[in-house]
Design a protein around this ligand. Structure first.
Ligand code: SF4
Length: 296
């Protein structure tokens, strides 16, 4: 079900950009996500979302962004995709992520979009415009096996579609890369699979890959994950329970082997394992005639 809400604020701020994603400001236009990944951390009770199948749409998001952005003293990367996919199905109906990107482009802010959807391609022109500052799009790829992905990320577009989208964005000058996170123990923890992800991402123009060889589970997300395991991966819940108990961090038992495969493959393709930093900086004076007129 889609529920329209009014947001009091849209952007959250971090003192420093986070070292993995370089994000200075967080932006979540939707809460809840239709992709229904079995491992979704956003289902954790600590986030207080009553029913994750409901998608809450902040229908005043653009108004909020236009109000909040000019008051930011520092220009830094605005990240979207932490709590819900910014290209979840609701984006087809509302188009708010695309409109927000245009506001960011007009204000000269860089962005980092994380997604599992090829719907992002609809905003290619805007992202290409932002790329003059910096536009990063990270595609989550926990496997490149479309059949396995359909079991772990049932309603998300297939990895093949994500990779095709990655290639299109790369050709338009957008910085693209792969997020190998999570890698599900006993399901996706195969060195050959890790190599295949890195190779296919490299072929699609990825310049970086960020990885976490394992998953996380906590109250709420664990219950959902185990219910889905019972439905689709017989016997695995018991293996998880024996191995991890109530632990939050669940590293793959073969993590060392997986990291070796990851680094060997990424170095073979010249792919970085981190993003180049983006230092927040004070706004620059307007340069275009249109911007100067806005100041009058
Ligand atoms: S795409 Fe992200 S937010 Fe959406 S269900 Fe999957 S893990 Fe959760």
């Amino acid at each position: 079900m889609i529920i329209e809400i009014q947001a009091k604020t849209l952007l959250s701020g971090h003192k420093q950009p986070d070292p993995w994603f370089q994000i200075k400001y967080g932006m979540n236009i939707y809460r809840g996500c239709e992709h229904q990944c079995i491992y979704c951390d956003s289902r954790s009770l600590c986030y207080g979302i009553a029913d994750f199948r409901d998608v809450l749409v902040k229908v005043n998001a653009i108004e909020r962004l236009r109000d909040e952005l000019p008051r930011k003293r520092l220009v830094g990367i605005v990240g979207t995709g932490a709590m819900s996919d910014p290209y979840t199905f609701a984006e087809r109906q509302y188009g708010l992520t695309g409109q927000a990107l245009q506001v960011l482009a007009d204000e000269g802010f860089p962005v980092h979009v994380t997604t599992k959807s090829d719907l992002v391609v609809k905003d290619l022109d805007t992202l290409a415009q932002i790329a003059q500052t910096r536009a990063i799009v990270s595609f989550t790829l926990t496997t490149v096996d479309d059949e396995l992905a359909a079991r772990v990320e049932p309603l998300a577009p297939s990895p093949s579609r994500r990779l095709a989208a990655m290639a299109k964005l790369a050709s338009a000058g957008v910085e693209v890369g792969a997020l190998l996170m999570p890698i599900l123990p006993f399901i996706e923890d195969d060195p050959a699979s890790i190599r295949a992800i890195v190779q296919r991402a490299a072929d699609a123009g990825a310049t970086y890959a960020l990885a976490a060889m394992g998953t996380t589970m906590r109250e709420g997300s664990r219950d959902w994950f185990y219910t889905q395991l019972d439905a689709s991966f017989a016997g695995l819940r018991q293996r998880y329970e024996r191995t991890y108990g109530l632990r939050y961090e669940c590293a793959c038992p073969r993590a060392a082997e997986l990291w070796d495969a990851f680094h060997e493959e990424r170095l073979r393709h010249g792919i970085a394992d981190r993003l180049a930093p983006y230092e927040p900086h004070p706004r620059r004076p307007p340069t275009s005639a249109a911007q100067q007129l806005k100041m009058l």
